[in-house]
Design a protein around this ligand. Structure first.
Ligand SMILES: Cc1ncc(COP(=O)(O)O)c(C=O)c1O
Length: 423
């Protein structure tokens, strides 16, 4: 039962995803690990197949028919991605291998060249390592320092003192739009306006937002926006960095090599225009084409409907999880401030044990620190279990998940805990 994408539509959507039809350990697969990577619809799989079967060639170089078709499809994918995030022009969309590479591009090309000792980079406690470690590296290189926006007890950002936290020394605010652990949806426009008032730039990590809600980079008011294709029904090793054109134009290339140059002389090179300046070497052609197809697939279904669907499932999952007296759920309870994922712990059961048990029931969830070790340290825990939902998940699957949790509790409840054993 799904009030937004009704049962028939979800059935139709599920038919688009061949991988969901299988059994795991003899049980129908319930895939609740979408925040790690999503499954791929037939349209995307077929686009990859079509490329390799019919027009595999390098882009922007050949003059033959295959090369022309590959170039046309690759650039069409860029236009599709630009439309998907409402970029003002396809030239400001740079294909990367994903969020991590997109953020590193900005760290290497912009931050290392614009920051100096004493400058500040403001991040949050809920950032993924890929929006943390590149900034640590920038600080090691330039002498800049990291500051963090704090957390409220409900897992939202503490923004009351934002105008004080952003100082004249703040050069960059790097923040996720959606936390991959707390599920918190951050008010990017508000943060962007505060950053700009002090002359700082803002980079937004869109890895967990772009797949699940309509994103308009211009309305968000950000300067850079990074996302991954594989979390939004696209292929692995696909992704985008969007940046304001004037910033990208002023930035030096990230990597040197073929394709990113206009001319190479015996002693120097003249760099290519956007976006090619940032796409050195043979790019991820098939993957980027697949990403464009994924963007169109999600647009056809409707990002607003996907968001509503996930809200319903998350609301339901949160309510059912409350049936367990010893459950701890992290992140905001207000569904308007929370995306479609739930990180939790149950009593003394280690999240890895829980995930292993659930796997035997056909339910795929994630356990661990989810690449957010500082956040877990801040919360005083080492690991959480996480169920993350997508357009093809159903409330019936949540019921199976809850029953599997109940079984797990019974199983592990029968074992003495470490505390009971005295260690
Ligand atoms: C919030 C967030 N940012 C960044 C990333 C990194 O994405 P990728 O591994 O695709 O580069 C992830 C992946 O889980 C994420 O959840």
């Amino acid at each position: 039962m799904n009030p937004i994408l009704d049962a028939i539509e979800v059935d139709e959507i599920r038919d688009d995803f061949p991988i969901l039809q299988q059994k795991v350990h003899g049980k129908p697969l319930i895939y609740f690990d979408n925040a790690a990577t999503s499954q791929k619809p037939r349209a995307v799989i077929e686009a990859l197949n079509d490329f390799y079967v019919h027009y595999n060639a390098n882009v922007h170089r050949g003059i033959h028919a295959l090369a022309e078709r590959a170039t046309k499809e690759y650039e069409r994918a860029r236009e599709r991605c630009a439309r998907f995030i409402n970029a003002e022009s396809p030239e400001s969309v740079i294909f990367t291998r994903g969020t991590t590479e997109s953020i590193n591009l900005v760290a290497y090309s912009w931050a290392r060249n614009n920051l100096k000792k004493g400058d500040e980079i403001l991040i949050t406690w809920m950032e993924h390592h890929s929006n943390t470690v590149p900034w640590y590296q920038v600080c090691e290189h330039t002498g800049a320092v990291i500051k963090r926006i704090g957390l409220n007890p409900d897992g939202t950002l503490k923004l009351d003192d934002l105008d004080k936290l952003i100082t004249d020394r703040t050069k960059l605010v790097a923040v996720t739009q959606v936390s991959n652990v707390l599920g918190t949806i951050n008010p990017i426009r508000l943060i962007a306006d505060a950053a700009h008032r002090k002359g700082a730039l803002i980079l937004v990590d869109g890895a967990q937002s772009v797949p699940h809600m309509a994103v308009d980079v211009q309305a968000l008011g950000c300067d850079f926006f990074a996302f991954s294709g594989h979390k939004m029904c696209g292929p692995t090793a696909s992704g985008v960095l969007w940046g304001k054109r004037n910033l990208l134009e002023a930035m030096p290339p990230f990597l040197g090599g073929g394709e990113m140059i206009r001319e190479v002389w015996p002693d120097h090179a003249v760099y290519n225009d956007l976006p090619y300046k940032f796409e050195a070497g043979t790019p991820n052609i098939a993957e980027s084409i697949g990403l464009g197809v994924a963007a169109d697939y999600l647009t056809r279904i409707g990002l607003d409907r996907i968001r509503e669907h996930e809200k319903e499932i998350t609301r339901y999952a949160l309510a059912r999880l409350e049936e367990f007296s010893d459950i701890v759920v992290y992140g905001p309870r207000d569904i308007e401030q929370r995306a479609g994922l739930v990180a939790f712990t149950v009593g003394d059961i280690h999240p890895h044990d829980l995930a292993t048990f659930l796997d035997q029931e056909g339910v795929a969830i994630r356990a661990g620190h989810h690449c957010t070790m500082p956040l877990h340290k801040k919360l005083g825990i080492t690991a959480t279990a996480r169920a993350s939902f997508y357009l093809y998940n159903t409330q019936d699957e949540v019921d199976v998940f809850i029953e599997a949790l109940r079984k797990a509790k019974k199983f592990f409840g029968a074992c003495p805990t470490g505390r009971e054993l005295g260690y």
